[in-house]
Design a protein around this ligand. Sequence first.
Ligand code: AMP
Ligand code: MG
Length: 485
Amino acid sequence: MSVSAGPRLHLDHTFARELPGLAVPWTAAPAPGAELLVLNTDLAAELGLEPEELREPAGVALLVGTGLPDGAHPVAQAYAGHQFGMYQPRLGDGRALLVGELVDRDGRRRDLHLKGSGATPFARGGDGKAAVGPMLREYLMGEAMHALGIPTSRALAVVATGEEVVRERLLPGAVLARVAASHLRVGTFQYAAATRDVELVRALADHAIRRHHPEAAEAPEVYLEFYRRVVDAQAALVARWMLVGFVHGVMNTDNTTISGETIDYGPCAFLDAYDPATVFSSIDHGSRYAYANQPGIAQWNLARLGDTLLPLIDEDQDAAIEAATEVVASFVERYEGYYARGMAAKLGLAEPDDHLVRDLMGLLAGRRVDFTRFFRGLSAHLRGTDGPRSLFAEPTAFDAWAARWEAALPPDRAAVAEAMDRVNPVYIPRNHVVEEALAAATEGDMGPFHRLVEVVSDPYRERPGLERFAEPAPAEYRHVTYCGT
Ligand code: AMP
Ligand code: MG
């Protein structure tokens, strides 16, 4: 009997080749009971992979890393990072592997990466495993973010391993195969800088420039320009999070990318009622990563990136610090610009209006109004149907704000309402619905999960029959997410 050769896959390894000091060759753990739970057929097609081939045993073996093509060179990536503000010199892929890089059908180079593929030399006593629930959660959240137009890593597949993993209780194990523009993190630069080998930091920066910010190579001050572009990409990203009510939950420097993509969906969740102090993660006791803190934390993380680049920016370290400080300070203006323009679009305004936005957010926070329903409801208000007024216990405060808002709008209300519906989603992965779908999946019923992925993958188009996906959680519902699962 002939064994299928498996999907044709052209893997490249620029990271491992150019930065051997940051890559430990390693192989995936066996997964004898591997069973494909979900495959992202759109993403597979983008990567030039045949979904039908990935569903075959040889394809599933590829997706868990046990059946890689000849010449594949999987590595665990080294990185350091500030976790909740504390510096950890050695984190790295404890339960993950960079399988290699693929060039997609649009010519973009993308990492193929596995999570839950077994303990590596970076495991620090961890089991190297992942459970089905959290890996499906990462799949779902990434697809929702992608559909919202927010830069993100995306899952290609989740495969159940057939093993049980030990958490608070025994859970079914899984491997997530994901794709990202790269897995270069602020923490990767921190690890390189901690070796005190400036040439390693330079090689890493050059690699990152080639991959993500090639225009910086043409600038007179290459590394300062690179830094500026990373700062800008993160400012744009975090503004997008804030505009949809996304709380990442674990914005450690090792989870902050150089590409400007969202990565590492652990305890993340979307706001229900608007409250800037919202924290979902059970381990974020100090509320460091609360919703409203995210821009400030991103800037702090970028300052840590700046620390590592100083030797490259200028031989004169005082001059380097001055230049880098100016760049990191520019985060505020960049972020505020992205946020203000995004809010203007959400409100249908031709120009940003800070006062109107500030007063609105105060109004929503004080009354714990559902964030997503409020913004989506505004177009209905313009159409004279049921608007967000009914979300307020005493609607007069809303009326006063709405009068000011309407006076600021362009005259063609129908066009404004249509444009607003293209930026204010109806469907986000609501926490209570996500939990329900993951609980069913853990019990072996993937139906609700597939349904939910379908709903959040088309977030702006209201469809009959999906009302419950747009409803807020029951009033007594309180969402908590657990990290490290
Ligand atoms: P995360 O919270 O997923 O961003 O992971 C933070 C660090 O802990 C990374 O270095 C991970 O590789 C590592 N890690 C998390 N869970 C495990 C695990 N079960 N086994 C080994 N390493 C882990
Ligand atoms: Mg991480």
